[in-house]
Design a protein around this ligand. Structure first.
Ligand code: FMN
Length: 195
């Protein structure tokens, strides 16, 4: 029996990782993961998510990878030029080499409350995708860092300008899955106010 039919096991075992095999993820498998994203609960059925899958070796992948490198070169707070340049190159290569990249955006709502709720729903859609992907041996690294901060991201990815990037998801078949350990978490009791 698939271990992940046990929901508790799936939730607890999923890890954020970028340690991937070079194995390609098929378009069919990526599509199935995206399909899981749309089953997120969403208030007033705003369905606020936009997914932008970017194939390895595509011109978009190469273009954004360069932008990430430039972003690091421009914004690094490290005083060593050499370290900054190495880190910029690493960020570019990580993005280029990743088996699949999927950007996730959330649409602006008609007011502040709707925008906030849209962001919540879109975040849940990422978790739906992460859990499903994990059950198929595919890991996701969720980044709101450099790849989400490059200038003109929406227009470069043909997404509505008013949308917010919720994450850049690095995806791949996980290497050494059993060696990934969870960072310790405070118990739910510490986070709960029983009344
Ligand atoms: C909204 C969000 C944004 C994140 N952004 C980043 C990021 O920019 N860089 C990073 O290294 N990890 C990022 N992460 C991944 C977290 O670091 C990771 O989820 C956390 O360490 C817990 O590990 P786990 O997901 O394996 O349980 C992000 C996670 C979330 C939910």
């Amino acid at each position: 029996m698939n271990n992940y039919l046990n929901v508790e096991n799936l939730i607890k075992s999923r890890r954020d990782t970028k340690n991937f095999l070079s194995k390609r993820i098929s378009k069919k498998n990526i599509s199935k993961i995206l399909e899981m994203g749309i089953w997120s609960p969403n208030h007033r059925m705003t369905e606020p998510w936009t997914f932008v899958p970017i194939e390895k070796n595509s011109s978009t992948r190469k273009k954004i990878a360069k932008d990430i490198r430039n972003y690091v070169l421009k914004n690094s707070k490290n005083s060593s030029k050499k370290t900054t340049s190495q880190s910029a190159l690493k960020s570019k290569e990580d993005f280029e080499k990743c088996p699949y990249i999927v950007y996730v955006f959330s649409k602006k709502g008609r007011n502040k409350e709707e925008t906030l709720e849209n962001y919540a729903s879109t975040s849940i859609s990422v978790q739906n995708m992460s859990l499903y992907a994990w059950s198929k041996g595919i890991g996701i690294h969720w980044s709101t860092g450099k790849p989400c901060k490059i200038e003109g991201l929406c227009s470069k990815l043909k997404v509505e300008e008013t949308s917010t990037p919720v994450g850049c998801l690095y995806m791949g078949y996980v290497k050494a899955k059993n060696k990934l350990s969870a960072k310790p978490r405070a118990s739910f009791e510490e986070k709960t106010i029983w009344l």
